[in-house]
Design a protein around this ligand. Structure first.
Ligand SMILES: Cc1cc2nc3c(=O)[nH]c(=O)nc-3n(C[C@H](O)[C@H](O)[C@H](O)COP(=O)(O)OP(=O)(O)OC[C@H]3O[C@@H](n4cnc5c(N)ncnc54)[C@H](O)[C@@H]3O)c2cc1C
Length: 391
């Protein structure tokens, strides 16, 4: 299902099958000076179907919003075989927003077979800078200052030193390899507005302690900077044979504190963690490096990664910013939601899929008590301790 079905530049819409890649959408409409705004770093390979399922974000979602803000309608095959359409060609169709419910439901409500997306006109001006800082905490101060000044950057991305080193080895984008953190800030919009806000952004970075600021003067240099940022995940292969990508959200203002805790936890687990994040919206991507050939290291890495996600919740954030819950974090859902919340979600799911055919075992913890394994009855440890009872 990789066909582009309809391009409608006048109404700024495109209809695609779900196997079309994210990057292919913008390529298909570039001649009309249009583009598709959500830009996950995996955009050259990830599919629109996967983007809808995960409500994917990306570097530019700080200003433009996530997938849900750019999908007008979806055709969906329900678990009983019925084919339905949710949403419509206009921005706010009447009735319940089933389109909104579907986006981000991680494939648990049905299979998406056709998607109509909104397209945006390319901005008149784009300005990009990379500011070096001694630490992610001072880079975080710059982010808070920029947002507090009323500037809405198109993107604010941060990499810590380990991520900078890996990315530099891979993409050679010209990041300073001994910087404690690199902050990429991009502004776009009408030329005059962008010029003024960019000058202010440079000044705010300097006030927050930037040790160097590089300004990308032309589209090639801008593309190189983004290649460096988007290569950061895959570049981890240069530091360790295996890594786990975590995805959590914290309040932007608690960045320094949270990263210090992650570093402590990593040291205790005798593992390294590199950090790449969408700093503007507090969406962290701690990358837990490990070597699965060393006995016990995979388990330590998994446990550390889970504890990092749960730490984000404890900091007042979320278990996931954009990658979803999947099977990996289903067991952590009770850290964020109460039993009643989970029961409501279960009922919503059952309204679409009463037999649990679509992506079973994802998102909601099943069996209900994590630590239980499917199979014949065995007493749960909490049951044995008298904390819970089986009804
Ligand atoms: C290097 C790297 C960088 C990434 N960067 C980002 C980022 O910046 N932002 C971001 O949001 N995510 C990011 N991701 C995560 C991931 O790429 C996105 O969540 C992406 O949208 C998933 O799309 P996919 O095609 O890979 O889906 P898959 O991994 O194939 O599927 C994801 C889920 O969607 C379901 N699904 C897929 N197609 C359909 C369909 N047609 N109907 C119903 N359910 C379906 C699947 O069952 C599965 O549960 C990154 C991943 C990697 C590896």
């Amino acid at each position: 299902m990789r066909r582009i079905l309809d391009v409608d530049p006048v109404n700024q819409r495109i209809t695609v099958e779900p196997g079309v890649t994210n990057a292919a959408v913008s390529r298909a409409v570039a001649e009309h000076n249009l583009y598709y705004a959500p830009d996950p770093s995996s955009q050259i390979v990830c599919s629109i179907g996967g983007n809808v399922a995960e409500n994917s974000g990306g570097a530019h979602c700080l200003k433009y919003g996530f997938t849900t803000n750019h999908v007008l309608s979806c055709e969906l095959v329900l678990p009983d075989g019925d084919v339905v359409e949710v949403g419509g060609p206009t921005l706010d169709p009447p009735g319940y927003d089933l389109r909104g419910l579907l986006i981000g439901s991680e494939g648990t409500l049905g299979v998406v077979t056709k998607v109509t997306l909104r397209l945006l006109r390319r901005p008149e001006a784009v300005h990009t800078l990379v500011a070096d800082f001694d630490s992610p905490a001072s880079a975080g101060d710059a982010v808070s200052a920029i947002i507090a000044a009323g500037i809405v950057p198109a993107a604010v991305e941060m990499m810590d030193n380990l991520a900078i080193r890996a990315s530099e080895e891979d993409a050679a984008a010209g990041f300073t390899i001994d910087a404690g953190a690199a902050l990429i800030v991009e502004l776009d919009g009408p030329g005059a507005e962008c010029d003024t806000a960019f000058a202010e952004t440079v000044a705010l970075c300097q006030e927050a302690g930037a040790t160097a600021i590089r300004i990308a003067d032309d589209p090639e240099e801008r593309a190189l900077i983004w290649r460096g940022r988007k290569a950061a995940f895959a570049a981890m292969g240069r530091l360790a044979p295996d890594y786990l990508v975590q995805d959590g959200v914290i309040p932007r203002t608690r960045l320094g504190e949270c990263l210090a805790r992650i570093a402590e936890m990593a040291a205790k687990a005798q593992l390294r963690v590199a950090n790449v994040f969408h700093a503007g919206d507090g969406n962290l991507h701690p990358l837990v490096l490990f070597d699965s050939t060393r006995p016990g290291e995979s388990e330590r890495a998994e446990s550390l990664s889970t504890r990092i996600a749960e730490l984000c919740v404890a900091f007042g954030g979320s278990l996931s910013g954009e990658h979803g819950i999947g099977a990996d974090k289903a067991c952590s859902m009770p850290k964020m939601f109460g039993a009643e919340d989970l029961a409501v979600m279960d009922r919503v799911r059952a309204a679409f899929d009463p037999e649990g055919r679509c992506n079973p075992d994802k998102v909601l913890p099943t069996p209900r008590l994590c630590g239980e394994r499917p199979g014949p009855y065995r007493q749960h440890p909490l049951e044995a301790a008298g904390v819970i009872e089986r009804m």
